[in-house]
Design a protein around this ligand. Sequence first.
Ligand code: HEC
Ligand code: HEC
Length: 210
Amino acid sequence: MRRTTLIALTFASSSIVALTGFVLAKEESKDALPPGSVSRAEGLQAWTRIEAVVTHPRCANCHVDAKAVPIWTPAGESKSRVHGMNIHGGKSRIGAETVPCSTCHVTSTLPNPPAPAPLQAGIDWQLAPVDFIWFGKSGAEICAQLKDPKRNGGRNAVGLLEHLRHDASLSGFIPRAWEPGAGRTTPPGTFEDHVKDMARWGAAGQPCPR
Ligand code: HEC
Ligand code: HEC
């Protein structure tokens, strides 16, 4: 009974998240560049850098499919493998059905502790929604999905920029990929470089590699 309530609550809160994304998508962003001010070629170059970020383990390990098994890449290992201890995100994506992620990944804005301690963030630890699958996908597939409002939480190019800033304001998962705690690798560039590349890619009309 209690479990059902928890799952229902989780679904309610994830629809609020989706709704917020939609509202934000309509707002202005100080990071956005005028549409058409960036050439397609430059936009594709920006995408190449974005692809290196979104396929990096610090991002892709949470963006997994409906099997809801998080991925980890322990310090000193370069190959990704399934999360130890038989952890499962479940339909709730927060592990409500089995062991909640928050048992180990606490909600905190303090810096991440060194590996192999569990990572933490200013928002509750959870898998990305099942529409946003990146792990195991090609760059071209992720590109097509990231620009499709049906599969990215209803966001246009400006909405995606707003999402990055909103997440950063909460000390969320995205900026923290560049501050994962000693012993862990980081995606190329910086968080600010990633925002600039997303702005360039958006202004170029979100071109994708074929
Ligand atoms: C701890 C797990 C986790 C990590 C790590 C993570 N994300 Fe996410 N991501 C989420 C969740 C949860 C959402 C849904 C939040 C929302 O829509 O407000 C999300 C949504 C997104 C979205 C919007 C939806 C979409 O896919 O179009 C983008 C863009 C995104 N993440 C980018 C990143 C990037 C870039 C990184 C690495 C720098 C990253 N994420 C790392 C969990 C994670
Ligand atoms: C029993 C403790 C525990 C629970 C519960 C747990 N984790 Fe973890 N998790 C860890 C530890 C410890 C690490 C770090 C492992 C390392 O770096 O060697 C980790 C790492 C991760 C990583 C890799 C992050 C990266 O940047 O590579 C992801 C993704 C992750 N956990 C997701 C989840 C999700 C989603 C849940 C809930 C469904 C969850 N975890 C539940 C202990 C736990």
